[in-house]
Design a protein around this ligand. Structure first.
Ligand code: PLP
Length: 387
């Protein structure tokens, strides 16, 4: 059977291949320290699980509206107003099977052959392939460690062509942990507004910010920003609900309608009782989230302090998410070679930056226990010293 051109152009996920190598080594009985995790190592809070169990036991097992439960869309609208200063009607919100699905739906609803989509690198691994699936062309905008791995408005302006349709912004960022300030976002929005470039603003890590850092929602910056932005968020990272597959987007009415149509003919709505869990997450006790954030903060400080003491590697202190992006370019190895050798020689799994469009770096996740972080960093440090 012939595979379509569309599917053939996709790149296999490098993150998953390192992960499966590490798992195979663990299965052989090797003591592997994994820094590859892209999900919180905490369990979903009990009250959220209880709500889903009650829904299941109460027979809440049938189809829901394709855009999600009305009460969940209302709760999301309330959350966006309270936390982000954004006024969306429930009809502007579509709940999907994870924020990944929301991003994909949104790109599919707005981009097509002939369009270019700007993606600052390092980027979350799935964006370019999502863009390719829509028929549009991903255009990578490299950033530098010196600029804190942030795309400046002038970088944006220089990368723009008459075909530019959309910019994908991800703050707090995976893999760099960088968080754009209000002023930086305002300048970017100004450029986007001049040429009516859409902004896909992936805010999935918004609750995981540290020190004095404040998360700013792009759509809240101005009326123009609101009209050009598709806001993406979800439950995976804030509420440790990665396996539940629940995310959402909020956008101008026409986009939400198109996304609802796409979804109604593909996956339909996300799992009915998972949606009840999502409702409990938004309406219930937020303390587990705060506790998780505090624990991540301790690990972040520990990991960053250790890494910056190792000669010939550098890092920018992450202000959000749960990753430290390490610049290994002085060591003279490609990121894949570095990650492969680190795994086979020192039993430490990291994600090579080539997966994020930046071969100068590797990503270490601190979504793992402090004991593993300590042990893994001892090995990481010894390994770097041998190079
Ligand atoms: C930046 C970013 N966006 C979206 C997602 C997808 O989240 P979800 O599990 O809700 O699909 C991830 C997951 O790793 C991510 O890092």
């Amino acid at each position: 059977m012939e595979i379509s051109e569309r599917a053939s152009q996709l790149t296999p996920s490098i993150t998953l291949s390192i992960d499966s190598k590490a798992k195979a080594m663990k299965a052989e009985g090797l003591d592997v320290c994994g820094f590859g995790a892209g999900e919180p190592d905490f369990d979903t809070p009990e009250h959220i699980k209880a709500a889903a169990i009650a829904a299941l036991e109460g027979g809440f097992t049938k189809y829901t509206p394709s855009a999600g439960l009305p009460e969940l869309r209302q709760a999301i609208a309330d959350k966006l107003q309270a936390d982000n200063g954004l006024s969306y009607k429930p009809s502007q919100i579509v709940v999907s099977c994870g924020a990944k699905h929301s991003c994909y739906n949104a790109i599919l609803a707005t981009c097509q052959e002939g369009d270019e989509v700007l993606i600052p690198s390092p980027y979350w691994v799935s964006y370019p392939d999502m863009v390719r699936l829509s028929g549009a062309e991903p255009v990578i905008v490299p950033t530098t460690e010196r600029n804190g791995w942030k795309m400046r408005a002038e970088d944006f302006e220089n990368a723009m062509t008459p075909r530019t349709k959309m910019l994908i912004l991800n703050s707090p960022n995976n893999p760099s942990g960088t968080v754009y300030t209000r002023e930086e976002l305002e300048k970017i929005v100004e450029v986007a507004a001049e040429e009516e470039i859409y902004i896909l603003s992936d805010e999935i890590y918004e609750k995981l910010v540290y020190d004095e850092t404040q998360h700013v929602s792009v759509a809240s910056l101005s009326k123009e920003a609101y009209n050009l932005t598709i806001t993406i968020n979800g439950f995976s990272k804030s509420y440790a609900m990665t396996g539940w597959r629940l995310g959402y987007m909020a956008a101008p009415e026409a986009v939400a309608k198109a996304v609802d149509s796409i979804q109604s003919h593909s996956t339909s709505h996300p799992c009915s009782f998972a949606q009840r869990g999502g409702l409990a997450a938004l309406k219930g006790d937020q303390q587990p989230l705060a506790d998780m954030r505090d624990e991540f903060d301790l690990r972040r400080n520990y990991m960053y302090d250790r890494i910056t003491k190792i000669p010939n590697i550098t890092a920018v202190k992450p202000q959000g998410a749960f990753y430290v992006l390490v610049n290994i370019s002085q060591l003279g190895l490609s990121s894949q070679n570095f990650a492969d050798r680190l795994l086979s020689k020192a039993n430490v799994a990291v994600i090579p930056g080539v997966a994020f469009g930046d071969d100068r770096t590797v990503r270490l996740s601190y979504a793992t226990s402090i004991d593993i972080i300590k042990k893994g960093l001892d090995r990481f440090q010894d390994f770097c010293r041998t190079l």
